[in-house]
Design a protein around this ligand. Structure first.
Ligand code: PLP
Length: 443
């Protein structure tokens, strides 16, 4: 009997004991192809020797030294690696232990930036409906996912939520992709004007929406328009790339493909690829300079910031991605996977949409393809797909199926960048079995 409060307590979990490339092996010897990288984490698979050796070497030299006394070499080298590849204008980084901490850091950085500049009325954040930015109370308040928030309301910070950029459900039939992007971005300006421009400090969005909508990329031009609006009103643009960053979409930062530089960008999952828990909050030189010049310094910190072994692991991961040309494979296999899914599900009565970027792909399931009517939330279709997939030896990350019917159940696929063409086929074959099995249970 387990003594752990797991996320779900109904069914006992298999015990993971080993990893082999993109496979996880349980204590009964069953193999699971990790088609979601856990939760878009394991971009190198589960047994990269170079990364493991780098972490061991750092543990031998120095596992950890508190950053109020010292900096350390792996943290400095990782900061250099990331900032030298980040969009122009991003100059400094703050290392934490995961995505929620990275976002908490981003929000406090934004607040202190305006505080130090004497713009103290700017405390409001605008984010988007159906978004997820982490589970600590600040990050949860910024997220617009009704289900995750409900139990914990009232939340700590006042945040307003505009509609997400979600073409499958919100683009009108007579509208081009670009016109839709323009219209979706205009919602930000309207909300800024409603709140009063001088009271807003930041707009927060995932560049490509992961867990809550299932790999939904922005419409073309959406973020360029958002950037213009933020600039017009002196508001910071914070992009959450905790899930979509670090190569997952085929470029190191997902926003490179949208031609925008955020003021702050957060990343986590793929940064350490699961070998170590680590997240990062990258910031513009303007923000860094303002806070560095303030008498109080940054009024924030965690015990494990800049953790030496975590940074050594992440540095080895990021170097391996470059040395092994894995962004290239991510782009190639991403196209292959999207095409294979498209072919397999082209005529499927319950697959409404397949979208994404790179190896970050979402499949949205609907009760009716014509009307896009989702399955009933109480059918728990996405949980059934997950269970059927595990039965078939496949890990995928299903979510959605919100009670309000604003989106369908979806399956997020985010396999490791080392995936091969035959493993892509294995994903599609097993997923088709899982989807049909789950739908048969509810029809
Ligand atoms: N932001 C996004 C976009 C995420 O997908 C997640 C986790 O799924 C988080 C933040 C929170 O990250 P963590 O679970 O590492 O705290």
């Amino acid at each position: 009997m387990t003594r752990i409060l797991h996320r779900q307590t109904r069914n006992p979990l298999p015990v993971a004991v080993a990893g082999e490339g993109p496979y996880v092996i349980d204590s009964a010897g069953r193999r699971y192809l990790d088609a979601s990288g856990g939760a878009a984490v394991s971009c190198l698979g589960h047994s990269h020797r170079g990364v493991i050796e780098a972490i061991k070497a750092q543990l031998d030299a120095l596992p950890y030294a508190h950053t109020s006394f010292f900096t350390n070499e792996p943290a400095e080298a990782l900061a250099e690696h990331l900032t030298s590849r980040a969009p122009a204008g991003i100059s400094h980084v703050y290392f934490v232990s995961g995505g929620s901490e990275a976002n908490e850091t981003a929000f406090k950085l934004a607040r202190q930036y305006f505080w130090n500049r004497g713009e103290r009325e700017r405390s409001r954040i605008i984010a988007r409906q159906q978004s997820y930015h982490g589970n600590t109370l600040g990050a949860l308040a910024v997220g617009g996912n009704a289900g995750r928030r409900a139990v914990y309301e009232p939340l700590l910070i006042e945040v307003s939520h505009i509609e997400p950029c979600y073409a499958y459900r919100h683009r009108r039939d007579d509208e081009s992709e670009e016109a839709y992007g323009e219209r979706a971005a205009a919602a930000l300006e309207a909300e800024i004007l409603r709140l009063g421009p001088g009271t807003v400090m930041a707009f927060v969005a995932e560049t490509v929406v992961g867990a809550t909508l299932g790999a939904v990329p922005p419409a073309p031009g959406y973020f360029r328009r958002i950037r213009e609006i933020c600039d017009r009103y002196g508001i910071l643009l914070i992009l959450d790339e905790v899930m979509s960053g670090m190569g997952r979409t085929g470029t190191l930062f997902a926003c490179e493909q949208d031609g925008v530089t955020p003021d702050i960008v957060t990343c986590a999952k793929g940064l350490g690829a699961g070998y170590q828990p680590i997240g990062a909050c990258l910031m513009s030189s303007t923000i860094y300079d303002t806070i560095a010049a303030s008498p109080e310094g940054f009024q924030h910190g965690f015990t494990y910031i800049g953790h030496a072994s975590a940074c050594a692991g992440a540095l080895a991961v990021q170097r391996a991605i470059e040395a092994e040309g894995l962004l290239d494979n991510c782009r190639k296999q991403g196209i292959r996977l999207a095409e294979a899914l498209g072919q397999r599900f082209a005529q499927h009565a319950h697959v409404g949409d397949i979208r994404g970027r790179g190896l970050f792909i979402g499949v949205e399931l609907v009760a009716d393809r014509e009307t896009k009517q989702p399955f009933a939330a109480q059918d728990r279709l996405n949980a059934r797909v997950k269970a059927e997939a595990m039965e078939a030896g496949l890990m995928c990350y299903p979510a959605g199926g919100t009670a309000d019917g604003v989106s369908g159940d979806h399956i997020l696929l985010a396999p490791p960048f080392i995936i091969t063409p035959s493993q892509v086929e294995e994903i599609v074959d097993k997923l088709a079995v899982a989807v049909d099995g789950a739908i048969a249970e509810v029809r």
